[in-house]
Each structure stands twice: as C-alpha cells, then as structure tokens.
Design a protein around this ligand. Structure first.
Ligand code: 2AM
Ligand code: CA
Length: 260
C-alpha cells in the first residue's frame, strides 16, 4: 500500500505540472458546460486520461469511477475514484484553489487518499494503516471543542437547490456561533484542510464520490470523523458530508440535523 501510494503521488505531481502548464494558455473559449454550472475543459479531460493511464499500469486489477468519464465505470473489488481537477470553476477564473483528488476503494471502503493542492504545492496523502501526511510530515485534526473558537468550511449549493432553506438556516446558525465560515470551492481541499487542522469542520450537500473519496480517507487517518447529514457512515456515495475533528463532529452534525 505504501509503495502504491508513493507511486500514485509521483503520478499526481506529474499531472499537476501538466495542469499548471495549461493555466497560462487558458481562456473562456476552452470552457464547455456539462449542465447548469457544471463546467469542464480539455484540461480536466486530458488530466484524467493521464491519471487513468498511469493508474492502470500501477494497479491493472482496479476499476475506475471518474468525473469526466474518460473510462467506463466497471464495478470491481478495487476502485480508483478520480477527480482530475477539483475546483474547476476556480481554475477557470484564475482563483488559486484547486486540486487533484484520488481515492482508492476496497469493497466500497476508502483505503487510500491523495489530494494535491496545486498552487501551494501541498500533497496530502494516507494509505491503510498509515498516519495522514502533508508533504512528508504527519498531520492531525484540531482538538478545539469550543464552537466559538472554530473555523468551518462549506460549499454553497450551485445546482441542487432543493436543500436551500435548511442549508441557509444551518449557515445562519453557524455564522453566529463560530469564528467564521469559508467557501474554498474545492471539496477535496476543504477535507485536506480539516485533516491538517486548518479547519475544524466542513459540511456540504450535492457532492459526487470523486469530490470526496480521497479527502475522506485522509481526514479519517488524521483522527477526524466523517458521516453524511443523516449520521450514516457512508459519505462517499451519499451526496452529503460532515467532516470534523473527533472533538467537534457531534456538535456540528447536531446543528445540521436540527435543520435538515
Ligand atoms: P469540481 O470543481 O470538480 O466540479 C465544491 O462545492 C465542490 O463542488 C467542488 O468540489 C467542485 O468540484 C464542485 N463544483 C462543481 N461545480 C461547481 C460550481 N459551479 N461552483 C462550485 N463548486 C462546484
Ligand atoms: Ca472536477
């Protein structure tokens, strides 16, 4: 697992260099719209092909779930879950918060996670049995228990507006009770920042497996707790997520459950 993780990290860095190389040539003309507010470009698609090709060589038995569907999803015991560019909207607007996110599932359970935030050159990773790392140093979630001292992250709804009212009530509540709330625009980065203690917690609904699979495992190996909004353990496929330090998760989840 360690070796596979190291080789995957090297591949991710290589693809990261490709993405950054494209940033300077990038223009509005390169943007396509998949559906409402769902943007994509040749950069996402090419980066994904590079990751799929590299990972197919590293682990021929594993299947894929990928955002850009450059390869068909085929259910297998081991599955790579890939977002080649998480924070595409930021990338397109020149806002420097975007990442590559990769998770490996074994029988649907995350066993490896890699999130590479390109602009600060920060590589977050963990494999089954390891601590969580940021550029070679062990990271851990924060241990703050007083809500008033916490900084949270979220993602604003951008296409699924069904949960808007409960979401806004949750936000109103948390705005008053915490130090603040950030909207970074990359779920994978939000999770990585929970893992290293920059954020105390993160919540969002309307997500896809590739946004969160890698980050979920890193948070867990850093001592954090992950559930969906209903309190269930599966957050990879359930479209909603509450990620927080062990000290804070219960408090944050109960606020969300008051409104949802
Ligand atoms: P993406 O960039 O890979 O699509 C944060 O809210 C999450 O939602 C991100 O992980 C992002 O993943 C996804 N997302 C998709 N479209 C978005 C948009 N228009 N605005 C914000 N986030 C978006
Ligand atoms: Ca993406």
């Amino acid at each position: 697992m360690k070796q596979l993780c190291e080789k995957t990290c090297a591949l991710v860095k290589e693809v990261g260099a490709y993405i950054q190389g494209q940033r300077t040539h990038f223009s509005e003309a390169n943007i396509e719209t998949k559906s409402i507010n769902q943007l994509v470009s040749y950069v996402d698609q090419t980066a994904e092909k590079k990751l799929v090709n590299g990972l197919s060589l590293l682990f021929p038995d594993a299947g894929f779930i990928t955002e850009e569907q450059t390869i068909a999803t085929e259910t297998k015991e081991w599955m790579w879950v890939i977002d080649p560019l998480d924070g595409t909207t930021n990338f397109m607007h020149g806002i420097p918060v975007y990442s590559i996110s990769i998770g490996l599932l074994h029988n649907n359970k995350p066993v490896m996670g890699i999130v590479y935030e390109l602009n600060q050159n920060e590589l977050f990773y963990a494999w089954e049995g390891s601590p969580a790392y940021l550029n070679g140093s062990i990271i851990q979630v924060r241990s703050e228990t007083k809500f008033a001292n916490t900084l949270l992250a979220t993602g604003l709804p951008y296409y699924d507006f069904e949960g808007m009212q409960p979401y806004l009530s949750t936000l109103t509540h948390l705005m008053k009770e915490t130090r603040g709330i950030r909207r970074m625009g990359s779920a994978a980065v939000d999770l990585a920042y929970v893992a290293c203690g920059r954020f105390d917690g993160y919540f969002e609904y309307g997500l896809s497996p590739w946004d969160v699979a890698g980050g979920i495992f890193i948070v867990q190996q850093a001592g954090g707790v992950i559930t969906n909004f209903d309190g269930g353990e599966d957050a990879v496929f359930s479209r909603s997520i509450v990620a927080a330090s062990a000290a804070l998760h219960q408090q944050l989840a109960s606020v969300i459950q008051t409104y949802f």
